[in-house]
Design a protein around this ligand. Structure first.
Ligand code: ADP
Length: 463
């Protein structure tokens, strides 16, 4: 148990490390891609602006004109606004107006969009954003409307620290820094572009490596699960084998001990003279030898199946008749203390079966019903047709089987672990045998049981 947990923990740990390593690698590649795109587009936008300058084109012509008109009006109105509260509102109004016009009326954005498309070969969506860094209204005297930290103290400015001057910010690219000056105003502003599609672009670039690392993680997890399950299965089988050997020794020893004692008894003079005692002892020896023989045969046969397909000698048989025969002889033999009821609804159905194997199969179910019982045994045997199958149901009122054991009772050597297993002797082969025979006939067997209430085994065989 401890070994199993260690393997499981180690495996999970290794997988987690692997995933962490992949995440680190992917993050590194992502960052690199992000940077590449950032620098690429920064250079492109600066080139584009330079090209415009080279052609003496000002993308802010309209802005220049509108703002000129506006500031002329403002200068005329300003002396009327005296008190400071009103002044503050006015400043804000002027700044807002400038900002609105700058963002709305410029030709730089469509030009950049075209330029990017021409250079890169595909359309890259971006959002332009203009941020004013200095604005002065020039009347009789200069009237500062807005001035940010950079203008107040350019030396202390660290790139990337402020929002407006996020020179190296990877979210916004500073495409251009502009200065406009007219009769009534002086203005500095920054033109930024935000790439909303950048993530998509990076994902596209990285899709192959992302896909591969995801695939490798999935593959490794699957491999781990398979290996772990195999390990568990091997462990279970090895436990079963050990149990089997213990049980088998026990099972073989009992008849052998009886035979040894019987042999010793026969050596006694007093017994030899009593013919009935001799006969009784000889019968005992005979019975135990048959039992020993049966067990050895069963084991031999099972080991034979592993090597060869097992051969059925099939004959068309009336199932109701053969069932009545099997149950009848079971009643007079091993099942004489049990109360047995039978119900058939087969309408004379016949099936191609191997009589010997079929008999063994039903006998195993019946003798288990007797064996795993803790009170007066009541067995009910029922048989009916359903779809194209003949169903044979053997139900008992015995100790029942837990849900977990039900999953394994048809496995080779499996014996239910609950309760006192030494109370019920066995090798864990009976139901394995039943399953093999049912499957060889093209059918199957199923179990339904409630611990303490009883079990129902249903064999289905096509007809
Ligand atoms: P064995 O009887 O030799 O142990 P089987 O293959 O016949 O092996 O049965 C496997 C296990 O299934 C048994 O150990 C027992 O715990 C459980 N079992 C089988 N038949 C019954 C039954 N009728 N009632 C309760 N438990 C059963």
């Amino acid at each position: 148990m401890r070994k199993k947990n260690t393997v499981l923990l180690l495996g999970i740990f290794a997988i987690l490390i692997l995933i962490a390593a992949q995440v680190i690698i992917i993050r590194g590649v992502w960052k690199q891609q992000d940077q590449t795109i950032f620098f690429k587009y920064r250079d492109l936008s600066q080139q584009a602006v330079a090209t415009l300058r080279g052609q003496k084109i000002n993308a802010f012509d309209t802005v220049y004109y509108i703002l000129g008109k506006y500031s002329e009006k403002v200068v005329k109105e300003l002396p009327e606004v005296r008190d400071t509260i009103k002044m503050k509102d006015k400043k804000e109004e002027i700044l807002n107006y400038f900002s609105k016009v700058l963002n709305r009326e410029q030709d730089l954005s469509p030009y950049l969009s075209l330029y990017f498309e021409k250079e890169m070969g595909f359309k890259m969506n971006f959002k332009p954003r203009i941020e004013i860094s200095n604005l002065e209204i020039i009347g009789r005297d200069t009237f500062k409307i807005f001035q940010n930290d950079f203008f107040r103290n350019p030396r202390s400015f660290t790139p990337g620290a402020g929002r407006q001057y996020a020179l190296s910010s990877r979210i916004s690219i500073l495409a251009s820094r502009q200065h406009l000056e007219a009769d009534y105003y002086a203005l500095n502003f920054d033109y930024y572009i935000d790439f909303s599609d950048k993530k998509k672009l990076i994902l596209k670039e990285m899709s192959a490596s992302l896909g591969m690392s995801l695939f490798s993680i999935v593959l490794i997890v699957i491999m781990f699960i398979i290996t772990f399950r195999n390990l568990m299965e091997e462990k279970r089988l090895s436990n079963l084998k050990t149990d089997f050997i213990n049980n088998m020794t026990h099972e073989l020893k009992t008849p052998l001990a009886t035979i040894t004692v019987a042999g010793k008894t026969l050596e006694m003079e007093k017994i030899r003279q009593d013919e009935s005692k001799v006969l009784e002892t000889a019968r005992l020896i005979g019975k135990q030898s048959v039992h020993l023989n049966q067990m050895i045969n069963m084991m031999l046969e099972i080991s034979m199946w592993e090597r060869t397909e097992f051969q059925l000698d099939r004959k068309k048989v009336n199932i109701e008749e053969i069932m009545k025969d099997i149950v009848g002889s079971f009643k007079t033999g091993a099942g004489n203390l049990a109360s047995l009821s039978q119900k058939y609804n087969l309408n004379g159905a016949t099936a191609d079966i191997d009589m010997v194997y079929f008999t063994t199969m039903i006998n195993n179910l019946l003798s288990n019903a007797v064996k795993y019982s803790d009170k007066q045994t009541e067995i009910s045997v029922e048989s009916f047709t359903e779809d194209n199958n003949i169903c044979i149901r053997v139900a008992d009122n015995g100790i029942g089987i837990s849900k977990n054991d039900q999953k394994h009772v048809f496995d080779k050597f499996y014996r239910a672990s609950s309760g006192n297993i030494h109370k019920y002797k066995g090798l864990g082969l009976g139901l394995y045998y039943v399953k093999q025979i049912a499957v060889a006939h093209g059918g199957d067997v199923a179990v339904d049981s409630k611990p303490g209430k009883g079990s129902i085994f249903t064999v289905t065989i096509p007809y």
